[in-house]
Design a protein around this ligand. Structure first.
Ligand SMILES: NC(=O)c1ccc[n+]([C@@H]2O[C@H](COP(=O)([O-])OP(=O)(O)OC[C@H]3O[C@@H](n4cnc5c(N)ncnc54)[C@H](OP(=O)(O)O)[C@@H]3O)[C@@H](O)[C@H]2O)c1
Length: 253
């Protein structure tokens, strides 16, 4: 039985990696899926894949760090579907790994604008829509780097700590209005983000692997499953939680 028939799910960054797997999983479970990202060709391929499987999906080109584009996204979601039941705020970037003394203000601006400001901006409009319709569920994609420090990625780690702060605060602000807000904290998941990192620094692959007790990288589908569960009625008493999905990795050493 499909769990999300007649429901509408937004996935930011739904054209690649964890977001793509989550968009496909939502569609398989009956939801109408809205994909928001910048790269059109990749996004349209996911929409096509969903439609081939008799699902429903649209792509709304959006840079989550740009307020006018985010406003346009939510205006369109309202116009097309009239509601928003689930939002997975997943869009994010990882900067080149460098120690703090070598990192730049450009990296700070890019990573914080997309990973933190972008999540806050999307949450603001998601919550407005959910308040108007009487409820909804938000899942933010943080990271184990949002719980522990990640050497070489202090700015990324700070952005993900911030996402967890937004998650906990919003969860408590809207508990009585039927809006649940949780975060997933993936450990290393094999996606284009990590493939790019290992392409530039191959030695990082073994270093990452050595810190995963299960001795393997996670798959995007293993995060998608947790996101959908958090959106389901089975997680109805959960809000303000940050769930680590890291093959036994609890804190990054
Ligand atoms: N892979 C891991 O090991 C891992 C671990 C912990 C957390 N995460 C988090 O998981 C999320 C997804 O990453 P991934 O691993 O699946 O990597 P990915 O395949 O590179 O996906 C990143 C996604 O974010 C989108 N995105 C980036 N900047 C955006 C912007 N300004 N506006 C809209 N969309 C934007 C990208 O689409 P466009 O470029 O087309 O916009 C893409 O869909 C990120 O938040 C990442 O920090 C990943």
């Amino acid at each position: 039985m499909k769990r999300f028939t007649e429901k509408v799910a937004l996935v930011t960054g739904g054209n690649s990696g964890i977001g793509r797997a989550t968009a496909l999983a939502f569609a398989r479970d009956g939801a109408k899926v809205v994909i928001a990202a910048r790269r059109e060709t990749l996004a349209l391929a996911v929409v096509e894949e969903i439609k081939k499987d008799d699902g429903e999906a649209v792509f709304i080109k959006t840079d989550v760090s740009q307020q006018l584009q985010v406003q346009n996204l939510f205006n369109k979601v309202k116009k097309i579907y009239g509601r928003l039941d689930f939002a997975f705020n997943n869009a994010g970037v990882m900067a080149p790994m460098r120690r703090m003394d070598k990192s730049t203000t450009d990296t700070w601006d890019e990573v914080i604008n997309i990973n933190l400001f972008g999540v806050w901006l999307c949450m603001k409009y998601e919550i407005q829509q959910m308040l108007n319709q009487g409820g909804g569920v938000i899942v933010n994609n943080a990271s184990t780097a949002g719980i522990g420090g990640l050497p070489g990625s202090a700015i990324y780690s700070a952005s993900k700590h911030g996402v967890i702060g937004l998650t906990k605060s919003a969860a408590v602000e809207y508990t009585t209005e039927n809006i649940r807000v949780n975060a997933v904290c993936p450990g290393p998941i094999m996606t284009p983000m990590l493939e790019e990192l290992f392409g530039v620094k191959p030695q990082m692959k073994d270093a990452f692997l050595s810190r995963i007790p299960m001795n393997r990288f996670g798959t995007p589908e293993e995060i998608a499953g947790v996101v959908l569960w958090l959106c389901s009625h089975e997680a109805s008493f959960m809000t303000g939680c940050s769930i680590v999905v890291g093959g036994g990795q609890t804190v990054i050493p």
